[in-house]
Design a protein around this ligand. Structure first.
Ligand code: ATP
Length: 337
């Protein structure tokens, strides 16, 4: 649905060049809630502005439903942009206009009939749960309510894509969750493809099915959310995952078990393969497995986390068990070896 092919973007200002995007390629499928995560300055906003052609790439192409936006006339481009809604961190509402008129604006610009506009605006305000605020002004609303209005306005022209640029960064955690639930409903009920730009991994964890990690204008890792959380490849990705699934073992967990001489301590991923391996060790070797600590997190209806286990027994069996758990597919990591 959205294809970015070898996109580079160079900003030139006062004789200085900044390369905001370096040969970025990305495919977002219809129905995805696709997250793009990165630290400040990674190039996320630049990337998302390429998708609706708010800015054009220095090189490379943007294809929406297979059509190259580069080849569009200005009129065709405006038409294509109507199919892409966008919401922002600071909502970008017009303070001098009522909520009704803010939501109506894209329809007024599209020269829709008055009755069509009225029906659509009221339908959207009902959808975002703010029908009673039609005659209020933006500064009479809370941040969460303002973002709901931003969402209603973005949906006014019935887009098939919604871009969200740090849309929950100015909101408290509870309000963030309610906006994320609303985005999920939009994705499911209206079948709208959503692209989310964020610096918070918890946002990706809660609603995205795919994720790309950006660093210094490049996509350094991309994949299904479960795979990326379960097996992050790059250092920056691991740091982001850590913010949701901490992998430091608390001192208290380690000080509470007895260091039996000859026992060995391992850290393993919490997954089916590791569970089967531990069962194998218990069944086939004369080894006791003590569970010292575990963390678990729900990602896309799957459990992701890790556990710390202690192997206790005679040294031959403990060593055999350790060898088995350190195999390639299990990759148990020894602590204090
Ligand atoms: N209009 C512009 N003119 C010049 N440089 C720009 C412009 N927009 C962005 N940049 C530069 O491009 C790089 C990427 O910026 P961008 O805003 O895309 O990053 P970001 O990941 O969205 O960061 P943040 O989360 O802080 O918004 C930065 O070095 C920034 O200074």
């Amino acid at each position: 649905m959205i294809q970015l092919e070898n996109i580079s973007k160079i900003y030139r200002r006062n004789g200085k060049e900044t390369q905001a995007l370096k040969n970025v390629s990305l495919h977002v499928n219809k129905g995805d809630i696709f997250g793009v995560i990165g630290f400040s300055g990674a190039g996320k906003s630049t990337l998302v502005r390429m998708v609706n052609f708010l800015e054009s790439p220095t090189s490379g192409s943007v294809l929406i439903d297979g059509k190259d936006l580069n080849s569009f006339s200005p009129k065709e481009l405006r038409q294509a942009q109507k199919d892409i809604g966008m919401i922002f961190q600071h909502f970008n509402l017009l303070n001098s206009k009522t909520i009704y008129h803010n939501v109506a604006l894209p329809l007024v610009l599209a020269k829709e009939k008055k009755q069509v506009i009225k029906d659509r605006v009221m339908e959207l305000l009902r959808f975002v749960g703010l029908e009673d605020k039609a005659l209020n002004y933006p500064n009479e609303l809370s941040g969460g309510q303002k973002q709901r209005i931003g969402i209603a306005r973005a949906l006014a022209t019935n887009p098939s894509i919604l871009l969200c640029d740090e849309a929950t960064s100015a909101l408290d955690p509870q309000t963030t969750d309610s906006i994320l639930k609303l985005l999920q409903r939009i994705n499911q009920e209206y079948n709208i493809t959503i692209m989310i730009i964020t610096h918070e991994m918890s946002i990706i964890q809660k609603i995205c099915n795919r994720v790309a990690v950006m660093e210094n204008g490049e996509i350094i890792e991309e994949g299904d959310v479960l795979d990326v959380f379960g097996n992050p490849q790059q250092r920056a990705t691991r740091n982001f995952v850590r913010t949701v699934i901490p992998d430091e073992v608390p001192e208290s967990a380690l000080s509470n078990f007895s260091r039996t001489p000859g026992s060995r301590l391992f850290k393993l991923k919490f997954n089916e393969t590791a569970n089967l391996a531990i069962n194998h060790v218990i069944r086939h070797l004369d080894v006791t497995v003590n569970f010292i600590y575990a963390t678990m997190n729900e990602i896309k209806d799957n459990s992701v986390g890790y556990m710390i286990i202690q192997l206790v027994g005679n040294s031959t069996d403990v060593d055999k068990a350790a060898d088995y758990l350190q195999k390639e597919e299990i990759k148990a990591k020894e602590l204090f070896d």
